[in-house]
Design a protein around this ligand. Sequence first.
Ligand SMILES: Cc1cc2nc3c(=O)[nH]c(=O)nc-3n(C[C@H](O)[C@H](O)[C@H](O)COP(=O)(O)OP(=O)(O)OC[C@H]3O[C@@H](n4cnc5c(N)ncnc54)[C@H](O)[C@@H]3O)c2cc1C
Length: 377
Amino acid sequence: MALRVLVLGAGFGGLELCTTLSDALGDEVEVTLVDKADAFVFGYSKLDVMFGRTTLDAVRLPYRDVVKPGVRFVQETIVAIDPEARRVETDATVHEADVLVVALGADYDFDATLGLAEADEFYSVEGAMRLSETLPEFAGGRVVIGVCGAPFKCPPAPSECALLLHDQLTARGLRDDCELTFAIPFDTPVPPSPDTSAALVEAFAAREIRFVPGNPVASLDPARKVAVLAGDGGELPYDLFLGVPKHRAPDVVITSGMTVDGYIPVDSATLATRYPGVYAVGDVATVGVPKAGVFAEGAARVVAEQLIARVRGADDADGYAGRGSCYIEFGAGRVGRVDVDFLGGPRPTGTFQAPSDALVAEKVEFGASRRARWFGR
Ligand SMILES: Cc1cc2nc3c(=O)[nH]c(=O)nc-3n(C[C@H](O)[C@H](O)[C@H](O)COP(=O)(O)OP(=O)(O)OC[C@H]3O[C@@H](n4cnc5c(N)ncnc54)[C@H](O)[C@@H]3O)c2cc1C
């Protein structure tokens, strides 16, 4: 009988896992991929949608296009996970598997920050869509881009938001009527890479974007229109607040009992959880790497290689290396890159590549290659 693999979540991790398994094993494996959504959207596309650089329709990748030997996609909402029995209940049925891979990502905890529910955010598709409609109406004033807690997805993304917003306000002739402030929990924009951080801080300074490091936003007072900082209790007045909410594992993962300190602990080399035959990859897991698609993808490949080795009766593959490259929008159509290594040494390191036309093309290719590989487009 074919190995039954149940993959929970069709994001970066789930899609890469299914694709690698299908490419190597085809019908020798029976993969069920479960997601409540009907389409995938790249994280960075939210910034493109928010700033009107594209439309949601243009960046939605429907799961009906995931057509691969050995893989079956089902659109269902997962309501309970029993990791010991490798048994998963959805709103439609019950799934059982030989191997369970949890790739359910991180959810946003809007209620964890007082007042945030009444402000804008750009980390969800809905938030980005709303902003695509309201930003063109913004008449100028004080804008605060505020991160409410760490860890958060794609650490460079709020910096990108600040730089792209500067561009949009400049193009609208409003930049001189605006003050931009950017508050973040970290001491630098991209902590593992001092060069990347220096380039971003320089870009903020050149655009008169006030950078407030080491200071997450603790709460908002929408009546007074101020953001209160957690670090020093200072207040940032705003006319427009663009927030990054606190993150946490999806409720269904927390109630499964798999989490410790909010996320699923895994062996950092194999991504195995403490439950036999159960793995966790991507933002839902604690591996010691940032919450970013490239890391979810890399972790998924490592799990896939172990399963391929199991089916083939071969030796286990190499362990997870914790390396990844992130493209960073610097504004004015420029894209840089940081290559980070989180597990290779005593502490994380990162190498910066300054913005160039080649990196603009590379980022386009990054998306196009995933669209082709996962969705056959
Ligand atoms: C603004 C922004 C910009 C970003 N830019 C980048 C970038 O440039 N590069 C990069 O690498 N990363 C980037 N990211 C981060 C990236 O999007 C995430 O880290 C990545 O998607 C994580 O992959 P994952 O597989 O762990 O989870 P996800 O991709 O989040 O997938 C999880 C899936 O689980 C599903 N799910 C959750 N709960 C349930 C349930 N109960 N039932 C059924 N399905 C469920 C969800 O619908 C989702 O499809 C960005 C993120 C944001 C917000």
